[in-house]
Ligand binder design. Structure first.
Ligand SMILES: Nc1ncnc2c1ncn2[C@@H]1O[C@H](COP(=O)(O)OP(=O)(O)O)[C@@H](O)[C@H]1O
Ligand SMILES: [Mg+2]
Length: 286
């Protein structure tokens, strides 16, 4: 069964979109069939995959509002075997309003994705920078959450709020939702500060921190304008290697999960989720 991963943090500019694109590419490189979902009306993921959001006749919005089939909205990413996307357009901003008036609004994405799941291994959902109905849809459709966290002072403000939202989604819409952990982004090796922030997040929120952290590099900013991710733009860079290592760790964890007896699967690992493969350590809930 496909792993559906929501990449969420209500803070903007923490590398959610970069993480979805780079991990998606790295997993496709490993031979996985990967579907990316752009849930952000700003459509940055769609754009960075080489599509012009203004020129698309259909987007994930049509799945929500016009009940279009996801299979008809899905696009193969040119030049990358096994990678496809449900693109966003600015129309998606209207989905928020539309969904708010609908019964079962938080299940719209899960419903749309269901027919595609038998044909993919991994779905990565790029959530918008809010905890509104679109992000709730991402969390409701997901088996697990990844939280990109920029390693800067105050960057963890808001993590508690995100975890509260995840707890609500578990209670009301998706009880199997697990938290895979934090992906440390824009990490600065030269200061002790980054490691201190990660240790604090681990201890305070009981969140696993996945290894390795993704270091800060200007190569990241150059890639999206060319319709590429870091693995295409600078394949041997530290950033590309970090996302490859994260993809390998996730792949291993999912393989273990698939082999585990059903009772031990993601979701019953309590507050902090899906266990530690790829993670630096458990941490206790503070
Ligand atoms: N490791 C990194 N080092 C430096 N810049 C990065 C890194 N990861 C992402 N960026 C840049 O940071 C900006 C915000 O990233 P983005 O993925 O769009 O964040 P979000 O989706 O959370 O808003 C982009 O310009 C992106 O290229
Ligand atoms: Mg984004």
């Amino acid at each position: 069964m496909a792993q559906v991963v929501a990449v969420a943090n209500q803070k903007g500019g923490v590398a959610k979109t970069t993480t979805v694109h780079s991990l998606g590419f790295a997993l496709a490189e490993r031979g996985r069939r990967v579907l990316l979902v752009d849930l952000d009306p700003q459509a940055c993921l769609t754009f960075s995959l080489g599509f012009d959001p203004d020129g698309l006749d259909r987007s994930v919005h049509d799945c929500f509002v016009r009940r279009a089939k996801a299979a008809d909205v899905r696009r193969e990413v040119p030049g990358v075997d096994g990678l496809s996307v449900l693109p966003a357009t600015i129309d998606l901003a209207g989905s928020e309003v539309h969904l708010l008036t609908r019964t079962g609004r938080e299940h719209a994405l899960a419903r749309a994705l269901a027919p595609l799941l038998p044909d993919v291994d991994v779905v990565l959902v790029d959530c918008p920078p809010s905890l509104g109905v679109l992000t709730i849809n991402g969390l409701t459709a997901a088996s697990e959450v990844l939280v990109p966290l920029q390693c800067e002072a105050l960057s963890h403000r808001g993590v508690g709020q995100l975890l509260d939202t995840i707890a609500d989604v578990r209670m009301f819409a998706n009880e199997r939702l697990a938290v895979r952990g934090v992906v440390a982004t824009m990490f600065d090796e030269r200061t002790r500060h980054g490691r201190e922030i990660l240790a604090a997040v681990e201890e305070r929120y009981g969140l696993a921190v996945l290894e390795p952290p993704v270091r800060k590099s200007v190569r990241f900013a150059e890639a999206p304008a060319r319709g590429r991710c870091i693995l295409q733009h600078a394949p041997r860079s530290a950033g590309a290697e970090a996302y490859r290592a994260l993809a390998a760790a996730l792949d291993r964890a999912w393989t273990l999960l698939a082999a585990a007896p059903p009772r031990r699967r993601a979701g019953d690992a309590g507050g902090s989720g899906a266990g530690g493969a790829g993670a630096r350590g458990g941490g206790t809930r503070g």
